[in-house]
Design a protein around this ligand. Structure first.
Ligand code: PGA
Length: 253
């Protein structure tokens, strides 16, 4: 369960990696004092990751979970199954799930609740497209996503999640939001949360979108940013650890 504002760096492998990579990767990880590291491999490797990280303070999670606890949902994985393996986390509402699997805010809200019911900590992803930003609608879009999720899941559930702001135009493109753009949006998110009755000051907010070891320090300078959800740069354990070190240094953890 959420314990208030924390420093967190999560590595989302997406559909990358091999079984052999799991042990090698885990061996290359180092705990960074004050920072929670979370590894998010493909679901098929969660059991291997559980073994590889046994006894380590580094936690792991799934990239997606189903809304239902069990049933006739071919190909899907329930949050309870992910928890049973020993995972602590589930990403819900990643923009790639929204884009390629048609996931709506309502579905994302149901996944958030399913994750909580299974005892997982959800990381809820939000973010605007390039055309929405160019049209001056970035803040309205993210606010709408947050309100829709809160309306369906309830403010109490949302308060137990970590929120990742990931502008779609920055994901996998090598173009990050500027530190100002990122921090501004995180401030907007805190304001909307406050409006929704969620204790915004205690929420952990991550930035995601082309974060790497070279640009992390600039992004983490934003006072509203508590960490990062990292895709491409998480595929090498040393670069994920370097990002976590940059976070600790930026926040004097
Ligand atoms: P990226 O992905 O770091 O490769 O841009 C981020 C994400 O999708 O979480």
């Amino acid at each position: 369960m959420a314990e208030g504002r924390r420093l967190l760096v999560a590595g989302n492998w997406k559909m990358n990696g091999t079984r052999a990579m799991v042990a090698e990767y885990a061996a290359g990880l180092e705990a960074v004092s004050g920072v929670q590291l979370v590894i998010v491999p493909p679901t098929i490797y969660l059991a291997d990751m559980a073994l590889a990280l046994d006894g380590s303070p580094i936690s792991f999670g799934a990239q997606d979970v189903h809304t239902q606890a069990a049933g006739a949902f071919t190909g899907d994985v329930a949050a309870g199954m992910v928890a049973e393996i020993g995972a602590q986390w589930a990403i819900v509402g990643h923009s790639e799930r929204r884009a390629y699997h048609g996931e709506s805010d309502e579905l994302v809200a149901d996944k958030l609740v399913a994750a909580l019911e299974a005892g997982l900590e959800p990381m809820v992803c939000l973010g605007e497209s390039l055309s929405q930003r160019e049209a001056g609608e970035a803040e309205a879009t993210v606010g709408r996503q947050l309100r829709s999720i809160a309306q369906r899941a309830g403010a109490e559930s949302l308060s137990q999640a970590v929120i990742a702001y990931e502008p779609i135009w920055a994901i996998g493109t090598g173009v990050t939001a500027t530190p100002e753009q990122a921090d501004d949006m995180h401030r907007v998110i805190r304001n909307v949360l406050d409006d929704l009755g969620v204790p915004a000051d205690t929420m952990t907010l991550l930035y995601g979108g082309s974060v790497n070891a070279d640009n992390a320090a600039d992004i983490f300078a934003g006072e509203n940013i508590d960490g990062a959800l990292v895709g491409g740069a998480s595929l090498k354990s040393d670069s994920l650890v370097a990002i976590a070190r940059a976070l600790a240094a930026a926040k004097h953890a």
